[in-house]
Design a protein around this ligand. Structure first.
Ligand SMILES: [Zn+2]
Length: 117
């Protein structure tokens, strides 16, 4: 991969990382607001429960993404970013730009999805 392409991917990754952290924080703050509610009536209890699980879902999803982003940034440091973890071929800049946390080339990804189904 070209250094300029690598720099672009890194920039996207860092931006996604910041956004995921912001989402997680917002989900946590939402949870705190909900807990501060003193005497919720029945309707509030129902919405409290659903917003709690919603916050949990966001956190879980963002955490998975953050792990992938960390892993990708590590690979940039090690100089292995952009290589398919399965076959070692280049993943390709177009694919990485659209999905910078991708760790497989399009062919290996398709194989993996076939196996998962
Ligand atoms: Zn591959």
């Amino acid at each position: 991969m070209k250094t300029s392409e690598l720099a672009q991917c890194r920039k996207i990754l860092v931006a996604q990382q910041e956004e995921a952290l912001r989402h997680t924080r917002r989900a946590l703050e939402g949870e705190l607001d909900v807990n501060r509610d003193d005497s919720p009536d029945e309707l509030d209890i129902a919405s409290t429960e659903s917003s709690l699980s919603f916050a949990g879902q966001i956190r879980e999803r963002e955490q998975r993404l953050l792990l992938k982003i960390d892993h990708s940034l590590e690979k940039i440091e090690m100089g292995t970013y952009g290589e398919c973890e399965e076959c070692g071929e280049e993943i390709g800049f177009a694919r990485l730009k659209a999905r910078p946390v991708a760790s497989l080339c399009i062919d290996c990804k398709a194989d993996q999805e076939r196996l998962e189904r």
